[in-house]
Design a protein around this ligand. Structure first.
Ligand code: SF4
Length: 222
């Protein structure tokens, strides 16, 4: 990958370019869906790290050596330019994030290094304010459902009523702590039903960034 292609002057609107660059650098042995998921998360996190002037490790919730290893495994040719922004800092987690990480790790279908790193990425991205699939940079909720079924199947099966994923994960950690956030004895008679089970659609944040970049480009050319 040439230096000219590296994400200099990065903004949220160019996150989509980072996604494309990562996918172009995909290792032949990396599963395409897994590469897509990791590229989405890294692109979204990269944009936020640039916008908020924080190291990439803070946006993804992995230690520098773990993130380096993940990139080297999935996108080896991207490591040269990405490594400049990885940063070095001990990862601090809130109590909620640490509980989410434990929940995801214990709910992984296979106890692999990849699954545990994915768990850390999801737990960190779940701290952001949008739908979880949006803050993972994914295309739609279906991507997240596929990710959960593929890598966290025992946990995903517990979401039998198709609750919003972030709500579901937080309900699980409350249930594991024998604590309930529920204000009604059953979902059917609960005033929070829409909050837990309502619409989880929306616009992909990477697609939104791409559209903003295109609009900006066409205005500049006019
Ligand atoms: S709808 Fe109400 S009862 Fe059901 S999980 Fe949500 S808060 Fe709990």
């Amino acid at each position: 990958m040439s230096v000219q292609n590296s994400p200099e002057g990065f903004t949220i609107s160019s996150a989509r370019n980072v996604y494309s660059m990562l996918m172009e650098a995909k290792a032949p042995g990396t599963d395409t869906f897994d590469a897509h998921v990791i590229a989405c998360i890294l692109a979204m996190s990269f944009a936020e790290a640039k916008a908020e002037h924080i190291p990439l490790v803070d946006a993804v919730g992995l230690e520098a050596d773990q993130l380096t290893d993940l990139v080297e495994t999935c996108f080896p040719d991207a490591l040269a330019w990405l490594s400049r922004d990885i940063g070095r800092r001990d990862i601090a987690r809130s109590a909620d994030e640490a509980c989410l990480l434990d929940l995801l790790k214990s709910g992984a279908g296979r106890q692999t290094v990849f699954a545990h790193r994915l768990a850390a990425l999801v737990a960190r991205r779940a701290q952001r304010p949008n739908h979880l699939w949006q803050d993972l940079g994914l295309r739609h909720r279906g991507d997240l459902s596929d990710l959960m079924k593929r890598h966290f199947a025992p946990l995903a099966r517990r979401n039998s009523h198709d609750m919003k994923w972030k709500k579901f994960l937080y309900r699980m950690i409350c249930a594991d702590a024998a604590f309930s956030l529920c204000t009604a004895p059953s979902c059917g008679e609960c005033g929070d039903f829409e909050t837990c089970f309502g619409d989880e659609t929306g616009e992909s944040l990477l697609a939104r960034g791409r559209r903003a970049a295109d609009l900006h480009g066409s205005r500049s050319a006019a």
